[in-house]
Design a protein around this ligand. Sequence first.
Ligand SMILES: *[C@@H]1O[C@H](CO)[C@@H](O)[C@H](O)[C@H]1NC(C)=O
Length: 152
Amino acid sequence: MLLRVFSFVTYLHVTLCFVQEMTFYTEPDYGGNAFRFRTKEPDLTAYWPIWVEVKSWCGNGYWTGFSRADYTDVRTLNGYSPDGVTSCINASLPSTRSLRFLGPLETTTPSVSIYGGSSYDPAGGTERIFTNLAANSFGFVPTYMTLTGRSN
Ligand SMILES: *[C@@H]1O[C@H](CO)[C@@H](O)[C@H](O)[C@H]1NC(C)=O
């Protein structure tokens, strides 16, 4: 039953310590002005004037963007580079009101993160990150799970 409920994203290939980050540039090929996120951003409204200028971006880790604030509604952005190698593309940014990486900032931190997502996106909504050995009574039925740090 639980296996049907959870989908798993694992960082079992991680060999380097790295910080999850996304950098956005105002010109193609990572030129022009840039701004970098290393934080979870439940409301990107303040960034919109520069957000629409973005023409390329680079990321580390597993990032998800959503069309509404607080990580709700449909996913607008996927930045997936779980092995510490920075992944870059030439692209403008879709309309996005919130943005976060999954789990803890440092991917070597042993952790289990669970999500109270929606039918739009199981990895959206509330995120609870656990670094201790056991947890229960989350207050919601998890729809998604992320493991980091080779936790046993
Ligand atoms: C990114 O865009 C620039 C300018 O259009 C182009 O010269 C370059 O080849 C592109 N890079 C990649 C990796 O597609």
